[in-house]
Unconditional design. Structure first.
Length: 188
């Protein structure tokens, strides 16, 4: 199982980095993160082997991180150096327990050392799921054929048009700007 979260890590100098990630379930209270070479998350985990998995329903953070909007309010964590997102409904603080090296995507096995809930989860929204899928699509624009991208966007736009609130519409707009920029489109 892969759980889509926002991960926070820190550099050796303590500078936070926020990035969307799919964490891989490994065992009870253990998850694997596999950042690509090169990446800030990978560099940070090598020097400060801790992360925070932030569980949020604010899809603007997912879309924002993929479209150059990485400044989201954070708060101190309880037991690890990386901060947690202020918008997290809950978070899990993790320590790296082992690393399986790989030239493309090393795998960091992490153990949860602390969990905390901050706000209730108030239900599912189809537009939220569509934005999350759209964010994953945007992260793979250079790997997918244009026809596949256009087809997926057309399908996801159904949920956006029927169920989106202001936050989902804003996030979707950012993603569509990224798609247009990638293809050099001026169309809306």
């Amino acid at each position: 199982m892969i759980r889509e979260v926002i991960v926070t890590t820190v550099s050796a100098g303590g500078k936070p980095h926020i990035a969307p990630f799919g964490l891989i379930a490994a065992a009870p209270d253990e998850w694997v993160i596999a950042p690509f070479h090169p990446s800030t998350t990978l560099d940070n985990l090598r020097v400060v082997p801790f992360l925070v998995a932030n569980y949020t329903d604010d899809v603007r953070i997912f879309a924002g991180c993929l479209t150059g909007r990485r400044k989201w309010p954070c708060l101190p964590s309880d037991r690890v150096p990386p901060p947690r997102l202020a918008a997290a409904l809950s978070h899990a603080e993790m320590a790296v327990v082992s690393v399986q090296e790989d030239p493309q995507r090393p795998r960091f096995r992490c153990r949860i050392v602390h969990r905390q809930t901050h706000a209730p989860f108030e239900g599912m929204n189809r537009a939220t799921a569509a934005v999350l899928e759209g964010a994953i699509l945007v992260s793979r624009l250079s790997m997918l054929p244009r026809e596949k991208v256009d087809s997926e966007i057309a399908y996801l736009e159904i949920a956006i048009s029927k169920t989106a609130g202001e936050a989902e519409r804003e996030a979707w707009g950012w993603l569509m700007e990224a798609v247009r920029a990638h293809y050099g489109d001026a169309r809306e």
